[in-house]
Design a protein around this ligand. Structure first.
Ligand code: FAD
Ligand code: EPU
Length: 345
């Protein structure tokens, strides 16, 4: 399906009123390759999209947006695990629900994360103590110039906090077409994070974790169908242990999450909250009152409103704590991705 000068409103969860020259909804790898190669021949910019839940369109896109809707779910059983092969265009939360109904457990902590399965490896989606890397077996990437599909095993994907090889070596000229997940039959509940720790790890069921995660998320995070947003706007910053200690001296209640390599993760939401920015707005964009890390399209915001708000948040946190936040959300300009920190300033 191909349309000219189409609205991208249904394809970005910020619900911004931006347009693209063409939108192609690709249901097969051949359609994906055709759309990409046609754009290359015409020297037009091209952007791959899942559900647009981790992007900010800065302006109209002067080229073709290819929406990945490759659908497929195959299941194989081994003695110790279920192996799922999933088309990149499947919806992530629907997959989580599907696995629960089938009795394949391990995805329940990742319930209600918007977007496509194929986008999940890109920033190694994570929530409530689990990241995609914990269940990923492989990712299939299509080289769009040649049509060759390459299977990258999880250990080749360089998964990190909100990071992977798909933001670097495999960012340009490649499309993720399928993801392989491995869900172990011996299920171990992960209940360390937040309110999940109130559950009894001896008796808890996957369904109970799923319900608790859905409840927590619904109470904090705005539903993009109602209020435009892209989840956490910034990443949680990593600082070295010495810097964390000196922050804790001045702010004894600061949440600190020790990581590997003598690093400590800070809670960007807490830093923003401590600058009294909840509810702070610029034009139609605002800091969400229930979760300070989420910027929302409160009332017909423009991209510039969101950028100006992000600038203000970053500057105020930077001036107060000397910690400089970096966006998690990917910024898309007229002809492709832009450096988000450079745009915000
Ligand atoms: P898109 O926004 O469409 O694309 C993201 C990037 O990937 C773009 O740069 C795009 O060009 C590229 N891309 C998309 N598809 C492909 C493909 N097939 N091949 C190659 N490149 C591609 N994230 C978390 O990690 N944890 C959370 O708890 C979480 N909660 C959220 C809550 C809300 C309310 C919202 C709105 C977002 C949340 N997010 C969270 C962010 C978002 O859900 C994830 O980043 C998700 O994986 C994005 O999927 P998408 O299909 O919408 O990707
Ligand atoms: N906090 C505040 N004020 C707020 C919100 C939170 O002080 O307004 C404090 C909390 O009390 C807590 C800390 O900040 O001590 C962390 O808050 P929370 O547990 O809500 O998690 P987060 O760090 O804000 C991260 C992810 C989310 C993920 C949740 C749950 C990032 C950037 N964000 O949020 O992912 O769902 O943990 O695991 O890592 C996303 O990436 O889009 C996203 C929503």
């Amino acid at each position: 399906m191909s349309n000219q000068f189409c609205s991208l409103k249904p394809f970005n969860t910020f619900n911004l009123d931006v347009h693209a020259r063409h939108i192609v909804v690709a249901e097969t790898a051949v359609e994906l390759i055709d759309a990409w190669q046609t754009s290359q021949q015409q020297q037009q910019p091209v952007l791959l999209l899942g559900e647009g839940s981790n992007i900010l369109f800065l302006e109209d896109f002067q080229g073709t947006v290819i929406v990945n809707r490759l659908k497929d779910i195959k299941v194989e059983e081994s003695s110790s695990a279920w192996h799922l092969h999933i088309g990149a265009g499947e919806n992530w939360h629907e997959l989580v629900q599907y696995t629960l109904t089938k009795g394949f457990f391990g995805l329940e902590n990742l319930a209600m994360i918007p977007g496509c399965v194929g986008s999940a490896p890109i920033q190694n989606i994570g929530a409530y103590g689990v990241e995609l890397k914990n269940v990923c077996e492989y990712v299939d990437v299509l080289a769009l110039a040649t049509g060759e599909v390459r299977r990258l095993l999880a250990e080749e994907c360089q998964f990190g906090y909100r990071d992977s090889v798909f933001k670097h070596q495999y960012q340009s000229g490649y499309a993720i077409v399928a993801v392989g997940l491995i869900l172990k039959k011996h299920w171990v509940p992960i209940t360390l994070y937040g309110d999940l720790s109130q559950l009894d790890a001896e008796t808890v069921t996957p369904q109970q974790i799923f319900d608790a995660v859905c409840h927590m998320r619904s109470s904090k995070l705005p539903n993009p169908d109602v209020t435009g947003n892209a989840g956490s706007f910034f990443k949680n910053p990593l600082v070295d242990a010495e810097r964390a200690r000196s922050l804790a001296k001045n702010y004894p209640d600061i949440p600190l999450y020790p990581q590997e390599d003598n690093k400590v993760k800070l809670a960007a939401a807490w830093l923003i909250d401590r600058c009294d920015l909840k509810g702070f707005s610029v034009g139609g964009a605002a800091v969400h009152r229930q979760q300070a890390l989420v910027l929302i399209n409160q009332e017909q915001a423009t991209s510039s409103d969101i950028v100006a708000l992000a600038h203000e948040v970053r500057q105020r946190v930077g001036r107060k704590f000397n910690v400089w936040l970096e966006p998690e959300v990917r910024f898309i300009g007229a002809s492709g991705e832009k450096d988000a920190v450079g745009v915000i300033g």
